[in-house]
Design a protein around this ligand. Sequence first.
Ligand code: ADP
Ligand code: MG
Length: 764
Amino acid sequence: MEVLKLEKVSKFYTSKTSVVMGLSNVNLSFSVGEFVAITGESGSGKSTLAHILGGIIPYESGELYINGSPTSHYDASDWERYRRDLISFISQSYGVLVGNTVLENVEAALRFGGLDKDETRKRALEILKEVDLLHIKSRKAGKLSSGQKQRLSIARALAKPSRILIADEPTGNLDAENSEKIIELLHKASKDRLVIIITHEFSEVENYATRRIILSDASVVTDAPINQGKEKESSADVTEARKTPHTGVKKASKDKKSLAPYVTKLTVKSRPVFSAIICIFLAITSLITFVFLGTFTVSLDDSNTKIYDSSAFLNGDSSRLVVLKNDGTAFTESDFNNMLDVSYVKDAEEWGSIYDTNYYYREDLDYRTQQVIEEGKNNNSYGSSEFFVVDVVTFLYDGLYMSTVPKVGRDIIEDGRAPVGMYEVLSADPEHKVGDKVTVHIRNRNNWVQGSYITLNLTVVGTTDYGHGLYFSDKMANFIDTSCFFTEPGDVLFIPYKEGVFEIAQSKDEITEFNETDVFFPGNEADNPRDIGNKKYFNQFEQGTISLKYTAIFNCNNKKVYVVHENVYDAYMPQKYSNQATVHIKDYSYTDRVIADLTEKGYTVFSPFRLGAVTEDEELSSERTVTLAICLAAFALTTVLQLILLKAMFNSISIHYKLMSNIGLTSHVAYWSIGLMFLIYTLISEVIGFGIVLILNAIGLKYVVDIFKYLDVGTIIVLILVHFAICTISFLSVRKSVKKQVFATEKADEDLDFTQMEEVEAND
Ligand code: ADP
Ligand code: MG
């Protein structure tokens, strides 16, 4: 039965400079049961013929018939199936998987041939016994002697239930004793197969061969049957052989992806160092991706490169967020608990509006005399509001901003109690103790006449070591906030009388009692006391008109502030609730997350620091641009390096895939296996890389901690996915390159020199 037939087949090897004739117009046909010896001088085309018959290299002209069917329409996958189902190829260089064990080598061929796991093991052990390698089945194939390697390669070929066995100088590297064993094994195989053996030592096959072909200069010069008497025995088996299924290229069902994990395991096992290097390298790239893209993300927020402009919010504390209720109602206890539930919220205060109000209290300095006077102008500048405004404003910038005791999140009281009364404070000044009096100058820039302030003598009712300066009462906050309503020129600001709080500049008599009809006017010693004792009318636009008796002048340059009886204050000053709370976050880095969470809970939130950070600081912003560029460049470089390195590494083991493809691995399975390998490597490396990040974060490496603080879980996942994506791109590129090297269909890539395989494989 004719299984292979060559009709006028020619093969040329083309290089840039020359064309070499590999085979020229060869006509041959082969049948099952034959044991064909092909001889000829070196370079005569023996290997070329063997490789064409084995479906390993293409030919240029003529036709190869397989079981009578032409093959010129075959595509790469048809050739793959042909090699897998019909051909066992044995080369001079053994082609064993050196990184795998003897048993694994044989099993691979069986698995690729479609046998299941159990069947494979059984059959492999049988065959190893046949070739006398069973005792060293667990040895790495690379550690075998030449004779053992060739026996292994034959065992593998025999394991495969293919019809055709082609051996290209299988004894080329062996001594006489080993050679004979090999030839005997091949002869045994020829009972139910076509065996084609190429040799330069015809004498070793002389007694077995049924036919001898001699090649010279790429052409067949002799083709004659030999040993015809002996042949009878084997030709009887031909009929038997015909019944066997492996006689054609079937549309295979064996291209199963399920082999991919097996191939992956085989490859990883044979290349432990290779795998470790890739994992470490990918772990490094995942670390680099995290650090550089993390820094990039952090640097996208340019608030830190801007100079804070206090025109809207005086207090540019970056950890402060302003929270408004969407319905404008009063903040309740549940609102505060709601806010505190949000991660990274440190505390919350009810009166957010007073945060942009300056105050000043140091006893040893009178800020009114600390002015910086512009040169050439009148030093006696109290009369000139222009100077006063400029200087006081400048001075108070270095001062403090008002705040109240946090409603939730922190119990800050060390000694005493929280301030309740209007003129009580809690002090963080270490020099203060409970019961102390403190003179405080308050300036509400947004709502009071420019440059004006109120001086009050307040009582320290509690101390704290949290924060700095003073904490004011809700009543004081209400007073400061209420003033916002007084925008009409005629309106004045009432403040309730309490003994000892105000400094009296002038009065007719000593004040022993303050009546509901009394009022103090703002001013100083220089003011005309003429009016004292007269009635004055006040138009409080919502509450109506009230007539009060002018009893004294108190020290105050804010000419809109009048001291009235507490009852009058309560009746004529609108009592409000706070509609603007303050939330403190643990760090500015958490701004976006906290804003998002609070917004989701139904609040309107903004960062005064961000709103105020408007003017670019050129130096900082160019530094930031450099940082952004470095991060992107480093990331891009990493990506490119990863691509190049992985490609190079996989090229270095492409021979492994080539050898597997020779024993039946299809490209389909190889691709799935490479994909699976990448998935495993990527996941392992990301666990390592991210583990290192977590450790560095725990140790407190500032650079990592800063990134970590800033990024939310979502962003971190995105960064990991970015690395994953890069790995996927690398994988696709590696796959392409393996395809090109191992499973190529284009001519140029196919003239792979098989004799060098073993060396490359061994060096790996
Ligand atoms: P043999 O196996 O009989 O020594 P080959 O089939 O290997 O001969 O080679 C036949 C001719 O083709 C020789 O001239 C050889 O130099 C040439 N040849 C073989 N393989 C290649 C190749 N990959 N590229 C270029 N020329 C080749
Ligand atoms: Mg050769």
